[in-house]
Design a protein around this ligand. Structure first.
Ligand code: PMP
Length: 288
């Protein structure tokens, strides 16, 4: 397996970054997780745009153009002969000294790992996922905006540790004032009275590429949609709850904090969107 590292393809075992890299020392960097379906890199332009927005938000000057990054991704996929893959694109502040000062980091580190995808087991899609609410609150947008897909994922990891403690895969993260923000690595939607709803990203959530894809699919097939501030009660009372993310795609939720949701079965709207999403992964992206 070859990894792209600062302009070169290197053997995975030899792909190493410095202990002085501020990505490692401080989580100072940004990243993307991207899927490739049968040589179609799903919504790649949107991922690259989000990466640039994240970099902009942390004042990290990108060392490569968008086109160069796309070329580097395709180069890595081809070198590894991958048709279906999970792509991890990372840009760190680069090597500096032990202080925080980003000006000491002269050139950002860029690496691209392409690997086979690790999916949730199929039964979660057929039977639905059980999740819990984490005690850990989502970062305040005024402190570290969750819109920035930064290398600083401790907030999410603390909530993930709670999920693991309860023996489930995902946890809902609330805002400081008890609104639903998102899950540790997925956005969250509900369906009620035939209407599809998800929290606005300004509440403190990542603007998921899958979230956007689901919203455009809903518009296309005539499912009414709006962004809405949600509380836990809205989830308990919802006809359906599902999560979206690059790795998970669309995954129905049938139990939250031991309470049965949606009659304990994946809902019709989720199933319909899952079918539509599958079609989208065949056409919406950059082919190579
Ligand atoms: N929220 C968080 C915190 C995430 O890390 C992710 C990505 N794993 C998502 C939502 C879903 O975003 P996307 O659909 O772009 O993968």
């Amino acid at each position: 397996m070859k990894v792209y590292l600062n302009g070169k393809l290197v053997e995975a075992k030899k792909a190493a970054v410095s202990v002085f890299d501020h990505g490692l020392l401080y989580g100072d960097g940004v990243f993307e997780g991207i899927r490739c379906y049968n040589r179609l890199i799903f919504r790649l332009k949107e991922h690259i745009d989000r990466l640039f927005n994240s970099a902009d938000a942390i004042k990290l000057e990108m060392p490569m153009s968008k086109t160069e990054l796309i070329e580097a991704i395709v180069w890595t996929l081809k070198a590894n002969r991958l048709n279906d893959a999970y792509i991890r694109l990372v840009v760190t502040r680069g090597i500096g000294d032990l202080g925080l000062d980003p000006r000491k980091c002269k050139s950002p580190t860029v690496f691209i790992i392409t690997d086979k995808i690790a999916l949730y087991p199929g039964e979660f899609y057929r039977e639905g996922l059980e999740i819990v609410t984490a005690e850990t609150r989502r970062n305040l947008p005024q402190a570290l905006n969750p819109k920035i897909k930064s290398l600083n994922y401790l907030n999410n990891i603390l909530a993930k540790i709670e999920a693991i403690k309860y023996g489930v895969e995902e946890a809902i993260m609330l805002t400081y004032n008890d609104y639903v923000a998102e899950c540790t690595g997925d956005n969250i939607f509900i369906v009620n009275g035939g209407e599809l709803m998800t929290p606005p990203v300004d509440v403190g959530a990542l603007e998921g590429i899958t979230r956007d894809a689901v919203i455009s699919l809903a518009n296309k097939i005539g499912i009414p949609f709006r962004e809405k501030m949600l509380r836990m009660e809205d989830l308990y009372e919802a006809g359906e709850v599902f999560l979206t993310g690059t790795a998970a795609e669309i995954i129905p939720v049938t139990k939250i904090n031991k309470r049965r949701i949606s009659g304990g079965r994946p809902g019709e709207v989720a199933l319909k969107l899952m079918r539509e999403f599958k079609k989208l992964t065949k056409v919406d992206g950059v082919r190579y």
